[in-house]
Ligand binder design. Structure first.
Ligand SMILES: Cc1ncc(COP(=O)(O)O)c(C=O)c1O
Length: 394
């Protein structure tokens, strides 16, 4: 057989596939408003751009330490201490090509065949695929609006088996925006600890929380600090998706293994991106958060009298995740809409607004709408969506 059994289990990222399709339409000159994107419309801090140009001119363009340049790892430690009250040393940090690689490193060093990874769902599809690639068994824990898409102690307990090894937490969540409070995390951690689980805490949307302060699951207690891999990165907070910088912060024994693994798979990530990240880390622009909140509130208000009405206001990230089962089974513009895929395809065809089917996140009754776009695009998209339902369902 040509291909490995591992690769035959893999599905390509459906969100990136959809994005490629939409980019194709845009290149053909179609007037599409793309609300499928998982990246902000703002860009990196200017200090990052200048420092990266300087790094190139200074020929800071060779391999670096495979875990990342020491000054960036020190800055990450300083950030984790100051903002999250978490004390790490630079040897506990590994800088990777995006949060995606950081997550893969963590699954790879922790998982043996047959070990189960608990994934509260709706979830970013990459978790499941990476667990499968690493020989683990993803166990999806279905959640819905009734718990505001948040895992509770009782539900977690019901899914634990003797093979459970890791719980994935992603707060704020892609796709639901659900953001856990410290009390909610406390509750979950009691079960995590009782069952000796490890936690992979994906904190990539950490800075995009709209009310209250962010609580990292890793900061809940000493058990968590010793049994968690914290994953974060620069893509979402700083609009630096193309620079590809993420990191893990982990107990030293885990970090040593992640560093060894990355040294054999990647050598080191781009030296130039690392310099840019070092300058970004202390320059988060709070204006981005204010603007995103305005866009969120505007869109929620505009969609209130459409079938995309929001029942659960998302506390963070930049997605709305309305339930659309009131539309499923109906006909719009004479076409039968029997699935969220059909709804998204019809909205794209009729009104040139692209949104993501919830089925990509194992939620076949919802759709994901990204509002990390310009206010003009959000306004136009809202008008087009309203027209689509008003005219199409007459
Ligand atoms: C929940 C979540 N985690 C991690 C990532 C990885 O981001 P990156 O690899 O760009 O750092 C993404 C990107 O979409 C995400 O949505």
């Amino acid at each position: 057989m040509l291909f490995s059994k591992r690769i035959l289990k893999l599905s390509e990222s459906p969100t990136l596939q959809l994005n490629n399709k939409i980019n194709g339409l845009l290149q053909k000159g179609e007037d599409v408003i793309n609300l499928t994107v998982g990246e902000p419309d703002y860009v990196e801090p200017i200090e990052s751009s200048y420092s990266a140009i300087k790094a190139i001119c200074d020929h800071f363009t060779h391999y670096t330490n495979s875990s990342g340049i020491i000054s960036l790892r020190e800055s990450i430690c300083a950030k984790l201490l100051k903002e999250n009250n978490l004390a790490y040393t630079p040897d506990q940090i590994v800088v990777s090509a995006g949060g995606k690689q950081a997550l893969f490193n963590a699954f790879f060093v922790l998982l043996n065949g047959g070990e189960e990874v608990l994934i509260p769902t709706p979830a970013w599809p990459t978790y499941k695929q990476q667990v499968l690639l690493c020989g683990g068994t993803p166990v999806l824990i279905p959640l819905d609006e009734s718990s505001e898409f948040k895992l509770t102690k009782e539900t977690l307990k019901a899914f634990i088996t003797p093979r459970s090894k890791i719980l994935v937490l992603n707060s704020p969540s892609n796709p639901t925006g659900a953001t856990y409070s410290e009390e909610e995390l406390d509750d979950l951690v009691s079960i995590v600890e009782e069952n000796g689980l490890y936690v992979i805490s994906d904190e990539i949307y950490e800075r995009l929380v709209y009310s209250g302060t962010y609580s990292s699951p890793v900061g809940i207690n000493d058990y968590m600090k010793k049994h968690s891999v914290l994953v974060n990165g620069f893509s979402k907070a700083f609009g630096m998706t193309g620079w590809r910088i993420g990191y893990t912060a982990a107990p030293l024994d885990i970090s040593i293994k992640i560093a060894a693994f990355q040294s054999q798979t990647t050598a080191s990530i781009s030296s130039i991106s690392q310099v840019a990240a070092k300058y970004a880390i202390n320059n988060f622009d709070k204006e981005h958060l204010i603007e995103l909140k305005e866009k969120r509130n505007y869109l929620i208000h505009q969609l209130a009298d459409t079938p995309l009405k929001i029942d659960v206001e998302p506390g963070g990230a930049f997605y709305l995740f309305p339930r659309v089962d009131s539309v499923l089974g109906n006909s719009i513009y004479g076409e039968s809409i029997d699935s969220v895929e059909a709804l998204c395809a019809s909205l794209l065809e009729r009104e040139h607004v692209a949104i993501t089917p919830g089925s990509f996140f194992d939620a076949p009754n919802n759709v994901r709408i990204s509002y990390a776009k310009s206010m003009q695009e959000i306004c136009d998209a809202a008008q087009r969506i309203k027209k689509y339902f008003k005219e199409g369902m007459k």
